[in-house]
Design a protein. Structure first.
Length: 283
């Protein structure tokens, strides 16, 4: 159901061979870690590849496919055999594969280009520019379509990898940093969080789905909120005056640290000490 190009953050050019013998490819178009950071997926002009991250010395390739060319989204479900692929040749179609069996589980077509896909063991999200589709991961049935969301040209959204809650977060405004928190299990909106004055640039959940971090397009302040209450727990200042583009936010698996990367070729790591404020449920 879509037709734009993939978000700029997903574009990549390879200048030299990465560790582990993965040869340089001018056709590298996207890359992503799986939910627990044990696997790396890359999309290329000729297909996609999956690598194990069990060793710090090298990347071990576990699968390669050339069935679909010009891949710009590839997402693996944890360390399972389920992989979701979207190609420039059919940007409105999502293909779901069991790569070990070499079989296609299903495919779905949408009304405009697919901008991003998120997975956990309970839900599969397909984000378009003005809508989000929620599928049941067990049988891939469509459970809910969130329509008429604010224009979201980069497909910015986040899904808790903890399937027991399956919280979803996405921008609630095109002009301000409002976050809509949605329960992917009950299929109901939980609350709206006024996170920033300017538009959102990045959002992410911690591994258990109890915290949500966000950054605006200014990139100077990063905030962390409780889930599902929506109460601000932390505020980190990345810089004082210089605006930067935050490319990604990620919590450590134990939720003790939060990492932010930007276009300044620097990485900031913040420690999450015990918050002093009491939690309040957002209206």
């Amino acid at each position: 159901m879509l037709n734009p190009s993939p978000p700029p953050a997903m574009e990549a050019e390879v200048a030299e061979a990465p560790p582990g013998g993965v040869e340089a490819e001018a056709g590298l178009s996207c890359f992503s870690f799986n939910q627990d950071r044990t696997s790396l997926a890359i999309g290329t002009k000729t297909g996609y590849r999956l690598f194990s991250l069990s060793s710090v010395e090298q990347l071990d390739q576990v699968h390669e496919s050339s069935e679909i060319p010009d891949v710009y989204i590839v997402e693996r479900l944890f360390s399972s055999s389920l992989v979701v692929v979207v190609s420039h040749t059919k940007p409105r179609q999502m293909n779901v594969y069991h790569f070990k069996k070499g079989t296609e589980i299903c495919n779905y077509s949408y009304s405009s280009n697919i901008l991003s896909i998120r997975l956990n063991r309970q839900r599969l999200l397909v984000c378009l520019e003005e809508s989000i589709y929620i599928h049941n991961i067990k049988d891939m049935k469509l459970l809910k379509t969130i329509l008429d969301i604010p224009v979201n040209p980069t497909g910015l959204c986040a899904l808790s990898i903890n399937h027991s809650n399956s919280y979803l977060a996405y921008p609630g405004s095109l002009t301000t940093g409002e976050i809509v928190l949605y329960d992917g299990n009950t299929l109901k909106t939980v609350c709206t969080i006024p996170a920033h004055e300017g538009p959102l640039a990045a959002i992410t959940f911690n591994s258990v789905g109890s915290k949500l971090a966000s950054a605006s397009e200014k990139g100077t302040v990063i905030r962390v909120f409780s889930v599902p209450e929506g109460q601000k727990l932390y505020e980190f200042r990345r810089g004082m005056k210089r605006y930067v583009n935050i490319n990604s936010l990620v919590f450590s698996m134990d939720s003790q640290f939060l990492c932010a990367s930007s276009n300044t070729e620097t990485v900031h790591i913040f420690k999450l000490d015990n918050p002093t404020s009491r939690l309040r449920r957002c209206p």
